[in-house]
Design a binder for this molecule. Structure first.
Ligand SMILES: *[C@@H]1O[C@H](CO)[C@@H](O)[C@H](O)[C@H]1NC(C)=O
Length: 208
């Protein structure tokens, strides 16, 4: 009487044991489309699930007066395989995150200090933008061009979370002006004046 019940119970237990709770990324192993290979569970510790480093502002002494501090899979391998990640965004006064996309995931942004003017452009080319205050959140759907600009007279901060451990980042100005695509082709494909293209290539480190 009890034996069959015990057998069924142990069957359920063993099938549950096969569920993979996590897959802490082994950064030394090759990375595939689904992420990193898993670190051996016996070698996993609590520190694999804790990331310290978003408590401090990033260095905004740069061209865009902005800093993104990522806690993506390469920095925080515990996220590997879990479909999410987080980062900190600091915008000095006048700071801007130029028009960009994350090919791998949607984004939710929470303003925690100051104000940020943020927006995205749909594939129908409709623009959605607003100045967000502390406590406001905004979402940016996967793959769409979007931007953030300091909207206050003080340094502003936001935390951004993504629906991918590796959302990726492509900045439009860098794609157009920070590589060796010939000026003539940039002019032809953007309808910009050659002088403007050459000026931006010089600023962003592009050639040709
Ligand atoms: C911030 O970055 C600038 C430019 O790279 C550098 O000169 C400066 O030392 C950095 N500041 C800190 C606190 O790391």
């Amino acid at each position: 009487m009890f034996l069959p019940i015990l057998c069924i119970f142990s069957l359920i237990l063993s099938s549950h044991a096969a569920v993979q709770d996590f897959c802490v990324g082994d950064l030394a192993a090759p990375e595939g489309p689904a992420g990193y290979s898993c670190k051996k569970p016996a070698k996993v510790t609590v520190d694999d699930f804790v990331f310290s480093g978003l408590g401090m502002a990033g260095n905004t002494s740069n061209l865009i007066k902005a800093a993104v501090t990522p806690a993506f899979a390469p920095q925080f391998p515990g996220l590997n395989g879990l479909g999410l990640s987080i980062a900190r965004l600091d915008l000095a006064v006048g700071g801007v995150v130029p028009m960009h996309t994350h090919p791998g995931g949607s984004e939710v942004l929470l303003v925690t200090q100051g104000a940020i003017c943020a927006g995205f452009i749909s594939s129908a080319n409709t623009v959605y933008f607003k100045t967000l205050k502390k406590g406001d959140i905004m979402i940016f759907p996967q793959g769409l061009l979007h931007f953030q600009v300091n909207g206050a007279g003080i340094p502003s901060t936001a935390f951004v979370s993504f629906s991918s451990p590796q959302p990726g980042l492509q900045i439009l100005d860098y794609a157009l002006f920070a590589n060796d695509l010939p000026t003539e082709l940039v002019v032809q494909t953007t309808f910009l004046d050659a002088a403007v293209v050459k000026k931006l290539k010089a600023v962003l480190g592009g050639t040709n």
